[in-house]
Design a protein. Structure first.
Length: 92
């Protein structure tokens, strides 16, 4: 009961933040890897090539690395990607 400390931060499993994204015309697919230190690595690939990597650490900090190109709409230089993160406490 009451407020517990957060035990993990993880991407919302119901979300697909890369839906509709492409790289060189190929669809981008996101995979999750659970790391031994309690962090999660999310790797977005297109045709087997890494495009984006998001690492969410157990303390809630994260790193985002763009590893390849993402296609943009004509006459657009910006692209918004939302990664909804869920914080889970000790008793869920």
């Amino acid at each position: 009961e009451g407020s517990d400390s957060v035990v993990k931060y993880q991407l919302d499993a119901t979300a697909d933040p890369v839906a509709g994204l492409t790289s060189h015309g190929e669809p981008v697919v996101l995979t999750e890897t659970t790391n031994g230190d309690g962090s999660f690595t999310y790797t977005a690939t297109a045709d087997g090539n890494a495009v984006v990597e998001l690492v969410v650490k157990s303390d809630g900090s994260y790193t985002f690395t763009l590893q390849g190109p993402l296609d943009h709409a004509v006459n657009s230089d910006s692209l918004q990607i939302d990664f909804p993160i869920i914080a889970t406490d000790f008793d869920g």
